[in-house]
Ligand binder design. Structure first.
Ligand SMILES: Cc1cc2nc3c(=O)[nH]c(=O)nc-3n(C[C@H](O)[C@H](O)[C@H](O)COP(=O)(O)O)c2cc1C
Length: 203
């Protein structure tokens, strides 16, 4: 698959078949993820692969937190647990991704950016291998019970959970507005030409 095809045709997939995702597919996605740029080669990404039956461990950790720690009414807690459980079992594999915080704010920000870049590599690779995926965010990945069951180191922040599997949804039209709406070519006055003195492109 051409890079541009992968970039433009990747889509967030929300409905998956029950078909398990082969380990080799997950490994290819993770292999691609770690090629993301990362300042000072901090390699800040931490991946927690939650396949098939391991989803039960995640669901139970969520239920424990909701039931014990959140002080909700019984009915509210039950509804919350059911909702999260449905969510967790909506894809055959989840990869929870955390970023190392580093020792200062600048590093934390750079590490977070690098981990986001890794996630995009992962999503594009899944798509190129014929798998659907979606980047989701949720408070559950910071629940102490969840961090404990996944064995996430304390010095990390959750960046996303990638749900991955074979798509079972019809194609949804996607749109992006042209980059020109968000782009300023500083110091340029022409259009689509090359500056004679510097050789730099002009809009
Ligand atoms: C940081 C981040 C967090 C996201 N969190 C969620 C989420 O919690 N739930 C969800 O349905 N989609 C989530 N998405 C997916 C976006 O909604 C999706 O990328 C957007 O709708 C564009 O669709 P596309 O990916 O098909 O182009 C998230 C995307 C990013 C980058």
């Amino acid at each position: 698959m051409q890079l541009n095809d992968a970039i433009q045709n990747r889509a967030s997939i929300k409905v998956f078949s029950d078909e398990a995702v082969p380990v080799t597919v997950i490994e290819s996605c993770l292999d691609a993820a770690v090629w993301a740029p990362n300042h000072h080669l901090t390699e800040p990404w931490r991946f927690f692969v939650i396949p098939d039956e391991a989803r039960e461990l995640l669901a139970q950790a969520v239920a424990t937190h909701v039931n014990i720690a959140r002080g909700l009414e019984w009915a509210q807690a039950k509804a919350q647990v059911i909702k999260e459980r449905k969510h967790i079992f909506s894809a055959p594999t989840i990869i929870a991704i955390y970023s190392d915080m580093g020792t200062d704010q600048k590093t934390e920000k750079e590490n977070l950016c690098a981990t986001a870049a890794a996630i995009q590599n992962l999503l594009l690779t899944a798509h190129s291998l014929g798998y659907g995926a979606i980047w989701r965010t949720s408070d559950i990945y910071d629940y102490p019970t969840v961090r404990q069951v996944l064995q996430v180191p304390p010095s990390t922040i959750p960046v996303g959970a990638i749900f991955i599997g074979k798509s079972a949804q019809r194609e949804v039209p996607r749109r992006r507005r042209p980059h020109a709406l968000f782009t300023t070519w500083v110091g340029a006055s022409g259009s689509g030409t090359t500056d004679e003195t510097t050789g730099a492109g002009k809009p």
